[in-house]
Ligand binder design. Structure first.
Ligand SMILES: [Fe+2]
Ligand SMILES: [Fe+2]
Length: 411
C-alpha cells in the first residue's frame, strides 16, 4: 500500500482502502479502480491523497518518483533542520511534515530557490543579562508602546455604549483612513466571500457583526502601530507574514472544530507574538543576540529569548495585552501559545499553539527564525481534529494567504 497525493493519482490505480473526504464523507470503496473522469471530482471534493495498491501504481508513477527523488532529498534536508525540535513520527507533526515536504519537492522541481539562511551580522556583545528583565519596566518606560492604538480605544468606548449602531461604529473606524482602507479591502476579498461590493464600514459591521469587526480592526491597527520598528537584523514583513499565517491556520482549524467566533482566532494569531516586538523595540541589541542564538542552534525564538534575555515574548505579550485590556481569550492566546498548560489547555491557547507550529512548518522563507516549536501533544488532543484535516487546512491557508498578504502589504 502506498500513500499517493492527489496530483500524482492516475487512471487505473486501485484503492487499497476506502476513500473519504477530510470531513469523513465516503467517496469510493477499497478495491475500486480510479477512472479518468473521477480525478477532477475527487479534487473538487477536497480529497488530497489516497492509499493505493502498490501493484497498480504503474510506470508513469515510478518515472515521476525517480524524476523528483533528487528534489525530494533536497526538501528533506532543508526541512529536517526546521523540524529538529519535534518527533517526525508523532501526529500531527508526521502529516504536517509529509505535506510540506511534498509541496517543497514540487516547488524545487519547478525551479524554486529557497532563501539561504543568512547568519545574523556580527553584533557587538551587549551587556550580559543575569537576572530576569522586569517586564513591567520594559512596558512602562514608553508611553506610546503601552498605549492601545487610539482608534481601538474609541472602538471599545463605542462598543461599551449599549445602543451603538453599525453606523456609529462605522463613523468611529472611518476616522482612521488607512485602517478603513485595509478593513474594506479585507472584507471585499474572496476570504470573506460576500457577494456585492462592501463600500462602507457601517455595511461591513452589519455583515460581520460588531464584535467580529472590532476584533479585526484591533488586529489591523496593532500591525499599523508596530509596522516601522527599524532593525537590520529583524525582517518586520517576515514577522507579519508569520503572524498572518498563524491567524489563518487558527481561524481555519477553529472552523473545522465548529467554533462560532472564528474571527477572534484570526486576530489571536495576528497578535500572538507581539511580545517579540516589545523586546525588539526596547532592547534591540540583546534581542538580535537572541535571534542569532536561535538561528545558530535551531531553537524556537521563545527558548533563545529565555537563554539570552531571561524572559520571553509570551510573558511580555501577555503583559502588554493586559495593559491594553484585551479580551481574556486574546490574553490566553498571546500568553500561553507556547505553554497551553498554563491556560489549562483552553481551546484558545491550544489552537494558537497548533496554528503557530503549522505556520512555522509551512512558511517558505528561512530569513525568519523558523524552527518549529516543540509540539505539546495534549494541545492537539484537546482540539480533537482528525489528521485528515491537516492537508485541507494547508491548502486553504495557502489560498487565503495570497489574498490577505495583498491587503496587509499593498501588493
Ligand atoms: Fe511565539
Ligand atoms: Fe509564532
Amino acid at each position: 500500500m502506498a500513500l499517493v497525493f492527489i496530483d500524482d493519482l492516475t487512471e487505473g490505480m486501485m484503492l487499497a482502502e476506502d476513500l473519504l473526504t477530510p470531513s469523513g464523507r465516503f467517496v469510493l470503496a477499497a478495491g475500486a479502480t480510479i477512472k479518468a473522469d473521477q480525478l477532477k471530482i475527487l479534487k473538487s471534493w477536497g480529497v488530497v491523497e489516497a492509499n493505493i495498491e502498490v501493484s497498480s501504481l504503474g510506470n508513469e508513477f515510478a518515472q515521476q518518483q525517480e524524476a523528483s527523488a533528487e528534489f525530494h532529498d533536497q526538501a528533506e534536508n532543508l526541512l529536517s533542520v526546521r523540524f529538529v525540535q519535534n518527533d517526525l513520527e508523532q501526529e500531527p507533526i508526521a502529516t504536517l511534515y509529509r505535506h510540506v515536504s511534498h509541496l517543497w519537492t514540487l516547488k524545487l522541481q519547478e525551479g524554486w530557490v529557497p532563501d539561504s539562511i543568512t547568519e545574523a551580522a556580527p553584533i557587538s556583545e551587549p551587556q550580559k543579562i543575569h537576572a530576569p528583565l522586569s517586564a513591567a519596566k520594559l512596558l512602562n518606560g514608553d508611553v506610546d508602546l503601552g498605549c492601545l492604538p487610539t482608534v481601538y480605544s474609541h472602538i471599545v468606548d463605542a462598543l461599551n455604549h449599549p445602543n451603538t449602531s453599525s453606523y456609529q461604529l462605522g463613523e468611529v473606524i472611518s476616522k482612521d483612513a488607512s485602517l478603513t482602507v485595509r478593513l474594506l479591502r479585507l472584507v471585499n476579498s474572496p476570504f470573506y466571500g460576500f457577494s456585492g461590493k462592501v463600500e462602507t464600514v457601517a455595511r461591513a459591521v452589519s455583515l460581520l457583526g460588531l464584535n467580529e469587526l472590532s476584533t479585526l480592526a484591533l488586529g489591523i491597527s496593532v500591525i499599523q502601530k508596530f509596522e516601522n520598528i527599524p532593525s537590520d537584523q529583524f525582517d518586520m514583513e517576515s514577522f507579519w507574514r508569520h503572524s498572518i499565517r498563524c491567524g489563518l491556520f487558527a481561524r481555519t482549524l477553529a472552523g473545522y472544530m465548529g467554533e462560532k467566533d472564528t474571527e477572534k482566532y484570526f486576530t489571536g494569531g495576528l497578535l500572538h507574538d507581539i511580545g517579540r516586538l516589545v523586546m525588539l523595540d526596547r532592547m534591540p541589541q540583546q534581542y538580535c543576540l537572541a535571534i542569532s542564538r536561535a538561528r545558530q542552534e535551531h531553537l524556537p525564538m521563545y527558548r533563545a529569548e529565555q537563554d539570552v534575555l531571561k524572559t520571553d515574548h509570551c510573558i511580555l505579550g501577555k503583559m502588554l495585552a493586559e495593559k491594553w485590556r484585551l479580551a481574556p481569550s486574546l490574553i490566553r492566546m498571546i500568553g500561553c501559545h507556547h505553554s497551553p498548560r498554563l491556560a489549562h489547555y483552553s481551546t484558545e491557547a491550544c489552537l494558537i499553539h497548533i496554528a503557530d507550529i503549522f505556520a512555522h512548518g509551512c512558511s517558505d522563507e528561512v530569513l525568519l527564525v523558523n524552527a518549529v516549536p516543540e509540539l505539546q501533544i495534549q494541545a492537539w488532543n484537546e482540539i480533537g481534529l482528525a489528521t485528515d484535516y491537516i492537508s485541507a487546512a494547508i491548502k486553504q491557508v495557502d489560498n487565503d494567504f495570497k489574498e490577505i498578504i495583498k491587503i496587509f502589504f499593498d501588493r
